[in-house]
Design a protein around this ligand. Sequence first.
Ligand SMILES: [Zn+2]
Length: 109
Amino acid sequence: MSYARFGSGGSDVYVFLNARGFLDCCSCILQEREWVYNEDSFLGYWEDVEPIIQNQFKTTQEMLDHLRIHQEAGDLICQDTIDELIEDQEENDQWIVEYNESRKDSSQT
Ligand SMILES: [Zn+2]
């Protein structure tokens, strides 16, 4: 489920529980990117430039800390986003641990 979408309620972040086992600040705007043009393919892509900003978190607390950095940078984070993350904190943190544990098991066998 998503906790925030770009533009929804003025949100500057897109935060959701990624099915791959982490909380995701998707396309985090704190991350500087530069357009890299590939002459061979006539295509380009956005490449993250240093410093690399972590935007995937294994705990709700880390995501809340990350959102605080957004707020300090002047980005709009809806109060609903914070409230809903805290409301789901126990459930999400437990699911993330269990999900990553189960993947660890399956990769060893
Ligand atoms: Zn972010």
